[in-house]
Design a binder for this molecule. Structure first.
Ligand code: ZN
Length: 341
């Protein structure tokens, strides 16, 4: 049973795809025959019984969901409040465990990317675990780039500076809080451009704590002991453009308002790592695109607007809708269930 509420069409498509995979893979065919003869193998992991994701990630939240004080756009939970402090890394969904940052990333992706069949979505080191990855695998041809055999069949190990994927293999790259850990930013951006299909896009999140890019003044590590090489600022937008992307910074209404007025309406007592004055000194208001009103941002648990920024980077091309090569590549990846080489 899937964690995603399936539509009849999706179910038919999944079964057809699975059937094609079984018939073309001797190993799977053998397993299937074994299964039919003897039932499930001992040790088959039980499916999480309560967590369900919607059938369609593009389906908009309903007005009644928006009326709840808190609503999760990933699993569609709604209720009185999220768990934890009003911080980008908290406001955790009590059902799927998403943080405010996770919800903003998926919001940016699904509200800005045209709906297409079989999008190939690569996500570098997602924070969320197996049920989320399984849902992403049901919605898209999906791979997460860290290695965890329990989570998904299409796990990849990826160094952004030398991505082990063919050219134009990815339609959407989600990369939350990884680029600051990569020593050579330019090499990574070159590689990302190479693996994106024409019209493909990257939704890039890095901690923006200051206006301009600089290395950390003291050795800096994040929770899992990975070193931070760069603290990025808003000059990253120009750098993305230099590499050939059409780049904009997605934000919520109050941040755009503050960038234009030049004053901040936030107390940073609970998040002193953000230098809001420096951020507003470096931001280019014309580069910002508002993707959420203040009211809706707060319903999603995005409380302090300076903490919610996603770079949208589109590779020039005929758009995801255009291009027979794109469509053929997507279909091939969809049938194989992976776009790994
Ligand atoms: Zn949720």
């Amino acid at each position: 049973m899937s964690v995603v509420e399936e539509t009849p069409t999706a179910r038919l498509g999944r079964r057809a795809r699975r059937g094609a995979q079984i018939l073309t893979s001797p190993t799977l065919l053998r397993e299937q025959i074994e299964y039919l003869r003897h039932g499930p193998a001992p040790g088959t992991p039980p499916v999480e019984p309560t967590l369900r994701f919607p059938a369609d990630p593009w389906h908009p939240l309903t007005e009644s969901q928006w009326r709840s004080p808190a609503v999760c756009n990933i699993c569609r939970w709604s209720g009185e409040a999220f768990d934890g402090a009003r911080h980008v890394e908290f406001q955790l969904c009590p059902r799927c465990g998403s943080s405010a940052r996770d919800r903003f990333l998926l919001w940016c992706f699904t509200t800005r990317t045209p709906r297409q069949p079989w999008l190939r979505v690569l996500e570098t080191s997602p924070r969320m675990g197996a049920p989320y990855r399984e849902a992403m695998g049901a919605w898209f041809t999906y791979a997460a780039s860290d290695y965890d055999e329990r989570a998904h069949r299409a796990m990849l190990r990826i160094d952004l500076q030398a991505i082990d994927l063919p050219d134009a293999a990815v339609d959407v790259l989600l990369t939350p809080h990884v680029l600051e850990h990569v020593p050579d930013t330019d090499a990574a951006l070159e590689e990302i451009l190479r693996v994106l299909a024409p019209g493909g896009r990257m939704y890039l999140q890095v901690p923006i704590l200051q206006g301009f890019t600089a290395p950390p003044t003291e050795p800096e590590f994040h929770g899992d002991q990975t070193p931070v090489f760069w603290r990025f600022g808003f000059d990253l937008t120009e750098r993305l453009r230099d590499h050939g992307f059409t780049a904009t910074v997605l934000c919520t209404q109050p941040f755009s308002d503050a960038a234009r007025r030049g004053d901040a309406a936030w107390s940073t007592d609970t998040a002193p790592e953000f230098d809001v004055a420096s951020m507003l000194g470096g931001v280019v208001p014309e580069d910002l695109r508002v993707v959420l009103s203040q009211r809706r941002a707060e319903r999603l648990g995005l409380w302090n607007a300076y903490q919610f920024l996603t770079f949208e980077c589109v590779r020039h091309g005929r758009g995801l809708a255009g291009g027979a090569a794109n469509a053929a590549g997507r279909l091939r990846a969809h049938l194989r269930g992976t776009f790994a080489p």
